[in-house]
Design a protein around this ligand. Sequence first.
Ligand code: MN
Length: 245
Amino acid sequence: MERFAIISDIHGNLTALNAVLKDIEEKHISKIICLGDIAGKGPRSAEAIDIIKERCAVVVKGNWDYFLTHVTDSETIWWHRRQIGAEREAYLKQLPEYYEISLSGYLLRLCHASPNDIFYRVHLTTSNEKRIKLFEETPTLPCLSDIVGYGDIHGAYIDNIGDKVLFNVGSVGNPLDFNVASYAIVEGNIEADWLPNRDKSAYGITICRVPYDVELEIKIAEEMNMPELIDYSNELRTAIYRGRK
Ligand SMILES: [Mn+2]
């Protein structure tokens, strides 16, 4: 039985990232997979990218990793881009869009929003008809997955559509379900290559919540004169998305 941690949506919130990494270390888990949106929104994107690059075995691309590496007229995006610099931007640009492994004989796919489209967004309340798209085949492996884990929506859950399991790891740096950082731990028999007809065995998926110093993070963003500070502070404190009234 092996274990690994899955983190996502750090968004430059280093205070939350450090708290989550400490919790993972205390659980003696060494393998970490990141599902993207490392940077942007929060003040310390450069440091977050450096740590993720160093600590994570696999990193997939999020929609913000795309925004931060493409032309935009948003002043806010440019502020975050200036923090990152050209070398880290090149790193974000080359990230893959999904990762697939065999978990206890089941095909597990991990992605930011969906395996073939980083902008395809589904929530727990989205219809099964739309959510089932997340199980579709990929160019590298033309098989439907059994289990899919994703990020993007900043709200953790574990659900099933028939015998297919869908889970969201939530967000480290910008949780929008409640204002405590979240990540997931997966355990089972892990093989790098997935093969059909392999014996199935037990596996587990756990959502972990880690409190961190929200006010310290806001103070740092304030000291750095980060744009959209009020929206950021409100989101960290209330876990209510700025676009939602
Ligand atoms: Mn995000």
